[in-house]
Design a protein around this ligand. Structure first.
Ligand SMILES: [Zn+2]
Length: 380
């Protein structure tokens, strides 16, 4: 079924010499490929198999080469997307990440190795080093920073596409506001356990993120990779979708419509027919209220001097379900709670969480690290 659909969407040849080569077990190095190499010269030889794919071709490759893609969040999804985009020859790749590599990342965050984890290298820095070794023609810009309303224009401005590698709703709402305001497409991707979802948002053409998800989930109710675990295989499925949509946009094609939903463990794959048009009543793209770009709309962090702790105050006080959170965190860390406060001890951190979502994270005086810990264990 899918080859016919692919052909319908892109107008490409669905069955051709490539499939015959696959069937015979031979690599199709023939006159077509040699002529591509001669037309492009040796500098483009590395992209010859991509150029041979007719929906990309020479013109598409030139567009990819001129493209600027920002990846926000360089964990599992960001690593996988960044590597594929660098190998595809995207001209400029900007990596934004606030976190450091640790040992638990290595199971799925494919740009990183044991040396990065041992030395605690910032993910954006480690990623930039590895990507430059993979493809020295790509300009890689590393930004060790937390994306906020104050810096989103600086960090994401000038991008042709922004790829979502984040792990929390708050940053996605901010990215969505930026996208709608600036007219920049962004490719949502999320996964936890064995399930994943992805969507290509194009301002003015498709729905925006808030058309589909008007409000963030209640604090502490959404599963995260640090509470429910994650399979690396679902990461690569979602990243593959995100990269494909990015290449389609860079090459001047419309992205595929609908919300991809996949469960690699049960082998369930579907594209829900959602969000093909903007919702006129949407707070963001319909009513043009981009609250997340407003200073103060994001979580506020405060260093608690002399206590090696950071306080996090979420922007919306939605309430926390201590019972549901305690159940998800059982087996991951030590959890105690009463009606006033929940105390969570996990790794080297102690989290004091209050019913309105405010938290004090002990064990760090770095606000960015405290926000990472909050996103990993509480969600948001
Ligand atoms: Zn919208």
């Amino acid at each position: 079924m899918w080859p016919a659909r692919q052909a319908g969407n892109s107008g490409q040849r669905a069955v051709g010499s490539g499939q015959q080569a696959a069937g015979s077990g031979q690599c199709a190095v023939g006159s077509a490929q040699r002529s591509v190499v001669s037309r492009f010269g040796m500098a483009l030889e590395r992209y010859s198999r991509q150029v041979l794919f007719s929906p990309i071709g020479q013109e598409g490759q030139a567009r990819i080469r001129a493209g600027v893609v920002t990846i926000v969040g360089c964990g599992a999804l960001g690593s996988a997307s960044a590597e594929m985009l660098a190998r595809a020859g995207v001209g400029t790749i900007r990596i934004v990440d606030r976190d450091f590599v640790d040992l638990t990342n290595l199971q799925r965050q494919t740009l990183f190795n044991e040396t990065h984890a041992r030395e605690g290298v910032p993910k954006a820095v480690a990623a930039a080093r590895v990507l430059s070794e993979i493809n020295s023609e790509v300009r890689v810009e590393e930004r060790v920073d937390d994306l906020t309303s104050a810096n989103v224009q600086e960090l994401c401005g000038g991008s042709d596409v922004v790829v979502d590698g984040t792990d929390n709703f708050e940053t996605r709402f901010l990215l969505n506001d930026f996208s709608v305001k600036s007219g920049t497409p962004w490719i949502y991707g999320a996964c936890v356990g064995s399930v994943g979802a992805a969507f290509a948002f194009v301002p003015g053409q498709t729905a925006c993120f808030r058309c589909l998800f008007p409000v963030p989930p209640e604090t502490g109710t959404a599963e995260t990779c640090d509470t429910a675990g994650i399979l690396s295989s679902v990461v690569h499925v979602v990243a593959a979708y995100q990269v494909t949509q990015t290449l389609r946009i860079l090459c001047g094609h419309s992205p595929n419509a609908g919300l991809l939903q996949v469960d690699v463990w049960t082998n369930s794959w579907r594209t829900a027919p959602l969000g093909e048009k903007p919702d006129p009543s949407c707070e963001c793209c319909g009513l043009r209220r981009m609250a997340y770009l407003t200073p103060g709309a994001a979580s506020r962090t405060t260093r608690l001097c002399g206590r090696n702790a950071v306080q996090i105050s979420p922007p919306s006080r939605l309430g926390v379900s201590f019972e549901a959170l305690a159940e998800r965190l059982s087996g991951i860390g030590s959890v105690q709670f009463n009606s006033y406060m929940m105390r969570i001890t996990v790794d080297t951190f102690e989290i004091a969480l209050f019913p309105d979502g405010r938290a004090i994270i002990r064990g760090t005086d770095d606000p960015a690290q405290a926000k990472s810990v909050y996103a990993r264990y509480i969600g948001g």
